[in-house]
Design a protein around this ligand. Structure first.
Ligand code: NAD
Ligand code: DAU
Length: 341
């Protein structure tokens, strides 16, 4: 491994992975390809921007010419694919971009890798491809039952990864991560949304009864798991990556309010997300057998996260303008008007 193409490296988890890799492996060159959609943000890469082994290129993973030129000119030998449309609510409002990037874009990366002889590809997937599980834990061999346009598009991309491994012998690996949190997360996802809204004493829109369960994974732990699989993962294998921190949404909401010393009267129960998965939970024995484990407990890492947003208003205040406000109104305007406390 020498020249690693990281797609979607200006997003939340991709940028954490890039910062991690630049610091840990100065001998690797990290080339980021990112379209800079609404969720891509060069501020996320400021800490590594001037490093000699870092390079940024703006472009679309579904653009074959762009992908081909970059693989050739940068002599890419490894691809790590984070690029995606990643927000479930937006996939319900407008699925097109999800098919374009998560399915077609993944296919273009695989196909150019095959044609140009890039033999190592890691694909970043999600626990949402399994669908919802009322009790117990999903294992890597379980059937996929995605329920939203987002999770269906992620499952579609994964199926192409599988096909390219089986048919053409590409050395692929896949990780299925659980709900990730930490610094630099776009404030549409529930945690940064609720933290930044609570800082401004604004209402927190909890979908349905708030009793849905998510498993919370700290972003640096997600990045270190991908690093480990990239180096130690077996060809064709899939690895679950969960934080082993299951919480009801309402518990997480109350924890955020407590950490910010804000009143629970900010909570509003609003109309549920259509097709809302009730619970995600992963069995993580396989990645643990490679030597990975989460770095800390949820309360400590959540406090660290909340303090980061308190101390980095420069980062999120400029995001919460323009297109963001239009999206917010569309997603929450009527919901909050009809809400119950
Ligand atoms: P994000 O939305 O913060 O970042 C996505 C990045 O991809 C952005 O920088 C965006 O500009 C870029 N991008 C989008 N379309 C592109 C295209 N066509 N070509 C090039 N770049 C493009 O997402 P994230 O939360 O960092 O998620 C990263 C990956 O991890 C995704 O594949 C997602 O499905 C997966 N994942 C996310 C979570 C989570 O909780 N956030 C959990 C498990 C898996
Ligand atoms: O599980 C992994 C997935 O986690 C990733 O693949 C996705 O990219 C990522 O967005 C995330 O998906 P979720 O739908 O679980 O995350 P989100 O932050 O949108 O919502 C988390 C939970 O909080 C979910 O049960 C819905 C609920 N929620 C969300 C929002 C935005 C609310 O109650 N109110 C809200 O306003």
């Amino acid at each position: 491994m020498q020249n690693i193409l990281v797609t979607g490296g200006a997003g939340f988890i991709g940028s954490a992975f890039v910062r991690h890799m630049i610091e840990k492996y100065p001998q690797y060159r990290i080339i980021v390809l990112d379209k800079l959609t609404y969720a891509g943000n060069l501020d996320n890469l400021l800490p590594v921007h001037d490093e000699p082994n870092f390079k940024f290129e703006r472009g679309d993973i579904a653009d074959r010419e762009v992908v081909r030129r970059l693989i050739e000119t940068e002599r890419i030998d490894t691809i790590v694919n984070f690029a995606a449309e990643s927000h479930v609510d937006r996939s319900i409002l407008a699925p097109d971009a999800f098919i374009h990037t998560d399915v077609v874009g993944t296919y273009i990366l695989l196909d150019e890798a095959r044609l140009l002889g890039v033999n190592r590809i890691h694909h970043v997937s999600t626990d949402e491809v399994y669908g919802s599980i009322p009790e117990g834990f999903f294992k890597e061999g379980d059937p996929l039952q995605p329920n939203s346009p987002y999770s269906a598009s992620k499952a579609g991309g994964e199926m192409m990864v599988r096909a390219y491994q089986v048919t053409y012998g590409l050395h692929t690996t896949v990780t299925r991560g659980s709900n990730t949190y930490g610094p630099y997360q776009y404030p549409e996802k529930v945690l940064p949304l609720f933290i930044t809204e609570a800082i401004d004493n604004r209402p927190l829109p909890v979908y349905g009864d708030g009793m849905q369960v998510r498993d919370w994974l700290y972003v640096d732990d997600h990045a270190s798991a991908i690093d480990l699989v990239l180096h130690e993962g077996r060809p064709g294998e899939i690895y679950n990556v969960g934080g082993e921190n299951e919480r009801h949404n309402i518990e997480i909401t109350r924890l955020i309010l407590k950490l910010l010393d804000k009143p629970e009267s900010l909570i509003r129960f609003v109309a549920d997300r259509p097709g809302h998965d009730r619970r995600y939970a992963l069995a993580c024995d396989k990645i643990k057998a490679l030597g990975w484990q989460p770095s800390g407990d949820l309360e400590t890492l959540m406090e660290k996260t909340v303090r980061w947003y308190e101390q980095n208003e420069w980062w999120w205040r400029k995001i919460k303008t323009g297109e963001y406000l239009e999206y917010y109104k569309r997603q929450y305007g009527q919901r909050l008007a009809d809400a119950t406390a």
